[in-house]
Design a protein around this ligand. Structure first.
Ligand code: ADP
Ligand code: MG
Length: 227
């Protein structure tokens, strides 16, 4: 079965600043991510991994080029429509968990679902399922500060997929964790992708994790290339 392209970048350019100090980070980047696959984005610091993920996640506009989510071109969309696509189709995980400190793990995972209009009951049930799936069901009532780094990241991943997106984008999600914990977090992420058909693009400096993914790409002179 041919897998569907859920995220496509086409001729994406991103430049910072103007004139002589202008910095070209992405220079016509092309990339396709298919449902069910996990791709590692491995490149040195400062080469544009975060920039690429932000553009792909509709958090930033490219200066040129197009981002297609599930076949839909997103550059021409109104801000409201882009936000709607981002909320329903994209999950984002950062290096630092960015969980809301005053809410429990369960509530943090409920939040995006409530924003999308689910009832408290449905959101709570799905959040509990996701916590179980990430094997931290027993931590549901804990606030982020009461969780370990690995637990915090598993909650952040659960929150990112709470609205059942098509694409999971993760920016060095294990960059702050020790190697064993990084593998443990990745195990949970991988299981989630495998059972849901989600697609994931994960920026990482961890070579051991990168070789566990389906394929690896890097950034070279502002373009995405297979490694
Ligand atoms: P990476 O994630 O691979 O470390 P980034 O995408 O964060 O790389 O950054 C790529 C380059 O773009 C870096 O040189 C960074 O300083 C620069 N950069 C990123 N964001 C901005 C910005 N908002 N304004 C100016 N320069 C930026
Ligand atoms: Mg970065």
């Amino acid at each position: 079965m041919k897998r569907k392209v859920v995220l496509q970048l086409s001729g994406v350019e991103r430049h910072y600043g103007q004139g002589e100090t202008s910095l070209s980070i992405l220079k016509g980047a092309d990339f396709a991510l298919h449902s069910g696959e996990i791709v590692a984005l491995v490149a040195p610091s400062g080469t544009g991994k975060s920039t690429l993920l932000h553009v792909a996640g509709l958090l930033e506009h490219p200066d040129a080029g197009e981002v297609l989510i599930n076949g839909q071109a997103c550059e021409g969309l109104s801000d409201d429509k882009r936000t709607a696509v981002r909320r329903s189709e994209i999950g984002f995980v950062y290096q630092f968990h960015h969980l809301l400190p005053e809410f429990s793990a369960l509530e943090n995972i409920m939040m995006p679902q409530l924003i999308s209009g689910l009832s408290r009951k449905d959101a709570s049930e799905r959040a509990a399922q996701l916590l179980d799936y990430m094997r931290i069901g027993h931590r549901a009532d804990h606030r982020p500060a009461e969780l370990s780094g690995g637990e915090q990241q598993r909650v952040a991943i659960a929150r990112a997929v709470a609205n059942a997106p098509l694409v999971l984008l993760a920016d060095e999600p294990t960059g702050n964790l020790d190697p064993a914990t990084a593998h443990y977090v990745f195990d949970a992420l991988e299981a989630l992708v495998r059972q849901s058909g989600l697609a994931a693009l994960i920026a990482t400096h961890n070579h051991e994790l990168a070789i566990r993914m389906d394929r690896r790409v890097t950034l070279s002179d502002g373009k995405v290339v297979e490694v």
